[in-house]
Each structure stands twice: as C-alpha cells, then as structure tokens.
Design a protein around this ligand. Structure first.
Ligand SMILES: [Zn+2]
Length: 243
C-alpha cells in the first residue's frame, strides 16, 4: 500500500482553530496569515497528533501575538478612483488628478506626474469604472514602455530573444514566462512599485528563457545580472498591490 504523502486536520486549542498539514518535511513551521489571522502548522509526517499538539502548545503565545499584530493593521478601504484619491505609482504616492484638457494623441496615456499628482486624461465626472480604466491604462502603458526599453537592453546582455510581452491583472504572480512562445507577462500592479523592483521581475522572467527551473543555475544567472535581486524582490513581498 502506498504511504500517504500528506495528512490534514484541524486542532482546536486555546480558543483557536489551527489547520495542520503533516507531510514530508524536517521541522515544524508556523504561519499566521493576514488579513484574518488564519493559522497553519506544517509538521513532519512522523509526528503523532499529540506531539504536534505539544509543538503548538509551545508556540501559543507567539501565535496570539501574531494575531494581535495582524488585527492591528487597519483594513484598507476599497479604492473609489475619486479626484484626489491617493494611489501608488512607480513607488511613489500620488493623488489622482482627472482632467480632460490634457494632450490627446499618441502620448495621451503616457503618465504625467506633476508634483505628487498623477494627471489622468479623462473628466472627473465620468463613471467610476471609466476612471479606474483610465488609471489602469496609464499603468499598462507605463509598464509596456518600460518593458520595451528594458527587454531590448537585457536581450543584448543575456543573449536571449523575447518574442512578445504584455501586461495583465494577475492575482498571485508578479510575472510569468511562456518559455516556448518566449512570451513574458507582467502583473499590472507592478506599476505601483519602483522601477528597480519591476526590473527584477522582468529579469527573473527573462532568465527563464535560459533556465526553466528555479535551480542553482537559475540563481547564478540572477546573481550575475542583478547582484541585488534579493533586496529588490524583498521589497515586493508582503501585501501585494497596495501598501
Ligand atoms: Zn520563476
């Protein structure tokens, strides 16, 4: 009979519901997830349930502390795309400034930042959905222009060829690479982050054209091309999208 590779169950302890996963691993790991403080414990398969309980018992104080920290983070109100609302753009806080008198034509959706204002070329009186689309169009254009420029730069250095690239909304990934089609996607939300961070994702996806897996060879390319890629990616962790 094949050995079970994973066992999952819930422990109730100290007023907490704790989701346990036992699988092939060497140590016990505790995670408390924002925004709701969900608790997950991953433990090696060979431990008995009462041993797992013992580990959890030893970490209860820590778990309560984590839940407190998470609960103290104020929930972000949903964006409404109103005139003057604060948004993130290339790592800076900007206020939306909707105006229908800005230039038209090809440059219309090229981001214009004046002081701390992001000029959005539509009237503030259009529907919320249209205001959001206008902001997203600026984000998309900004990322595409950036990719256009940086992809040709990195193609020269890395000796790879990107056949197509684009920007789209993604829930869980900052970027993706279709190795066969040589196509790279970046997450629309990256337009909120600093260019250094956007570039680290772009380089990561381009390195996949040389190495499919996240293995030692992959990371040696990253070290070669962007020696500080770890710091750049660290900045992207945590709450995605908005800060
Ligand atoms: Zn990857």
């Amino acid at each position: 009979m094949a050995r079970k590779k994973e066992v999952q169950y819930t422990l109730s302890m100290d007023g907490l519901q704790i989701h346990v996963v036992q699988k092939s691993m060497k140590s016990v790991r505790f995670t408390v997830y924002p925004p709701d403080g969900r608790i997950r414990v991953a433990a090696p398969l060979h431990l008995s349930r009462s041993q797992v309980r013992g580990y959890v018992d030893g970490r209860l104080a820590w778990i309560h502390k984590q839940k407190e920290i998470i609960a103290s983070i104020p929930a972000e109100p949903p964006l409404t795309y109103d005139q003057g609302e604060q948004h993130e753009f290339l790592g800076k806080r900007v206020r939306l400034d909707f105006r229908d008198d800005v230039s038209s034509g090809r440059q219309k959706w090229t981001a214009a930042v004046e002081g701390n204002r992001l000029l959005v070329p539509v009237s503030p009186n259009v529907a919320e959905g249209m205001r959001r689309q206008a902001v997203e169009r600026i984000y998309r254009k900004t990322l595409k222009d950036f990719m256009q420029d940086r992809i040709s730069y990195w193609e020269g250095i890395m000796a790879v060829k990107v056949h197509s690239f684009g920007v789209r909304k993604m829930k869980t990934l900052w970027g993706s690479c279709n190795i066969r089609a040589k196509r790279i996607w970046l997450n629309l939300d990256l337009a909120k982050r600093r260019k250094e961070c956007i570039e680290s994702i772009l380089v990561h996806e381009m390195v996949h054209l040389k190495e499919r897996l996240h293995n030692a060879r992959f990371y040696s390319f990253m070290d070669e091309y962007l020696p500080d890629w770890k710091e750049r990616e660290k900045e992207l962790r945590g709450r995605s999208g908005r800060y």
